[in-house]
Design a protein around this ligand. Structure first.
Ligand code: SF4
Length: 194
């Protein structure tokens, strides 16, 4: 019995061929119906989003379905064919966007590796934020420069660098930049440019 790929099935359907013609092609309608029922996105809700990985901003279509327990399951993410930016395409990185939500390797809580340790240890968000705040304060106090070598007033912190994430929204990027500038940090970079 011939096997039918999803792409092949859709092509045949789009060509408007009838049952007789399909039969003439050796096409098994029972099998085709089974293929249609197996489509992962059958009956799914469609939502539009933007790839978070870089500044190109490719558009995505995310398919979700409501589960019997009320939860929402992400079924598939693919390029949006209606987008003038990417016209349905995604680069290899963007094509893995679904794993941002579903990967078993996704880090879901702060981890800390103490000096000399070989393993990462889970810590609470409160502990992580307290530790980050304490380290920023200590580094800023130790490296803040009020004047450069020529006596010019600069008031900058040279001991801290900040890298923003490409998943930032405009507003998150704005507030992060403002906070860093307020601390005197001059080494600002963005992951999307790296
Ligand atoms: S990472 Fe790839 S898919 Fe995502 S916005 Fe950039 S070019 Fe597009």
């Amino acid at each position: 019995m011939p096997t039918v790929s999803r792409r092949g099935f859709l092509k045949l359907g789009a060509a408007g061929t009838g049952a007789v013609a399909l039969g003439g092609l050796g096409f098994d309608l029972v099998q085709a119906r089974g293929v249609a029922q197996q489509l992962r996105i059958q009956g799914a809700r469609e939502a539009h989003s933007v790839c978070p990985y870089c500044a190109v901003g490719c558009s995505l279509v995310a398919y979700t379905s409501r589960q019997p327990d009320g939860s929402v399951k992400l079924l598939q993410i693919e390029g949006d064919p209606d987008s003038p930016v990417n016209e349905g395409r995604l680069c290899p990185k963007g094509a893995t966007a679904m794993q941002l939500a579903t990967s078993a390797r996704r880090v879901a809580q702060p981890l800390h590796r103490p000096a000399g340790a070989t393993e990462w240890q889970p810590i609470s968000w409160d502990s992580a934020l307290d530790r980050i705040a304490a380290n920023i304060k200590r580094s800023r106090d130790a490296t803040f420069v009020t004047q450069d070598a020529n006596g010019n007033t600069v008031n900058r912190c040279e001991g801290i660098a900040f890298a923003g994430g490409a998943a930032y929204s405009n507003e998150e990027g704005y507030i992060a930049t403002k906070v860093m500038r307020a601390l005197g940090v001059v080494h600002l970079e963005q992951q999307a440019r790296v």
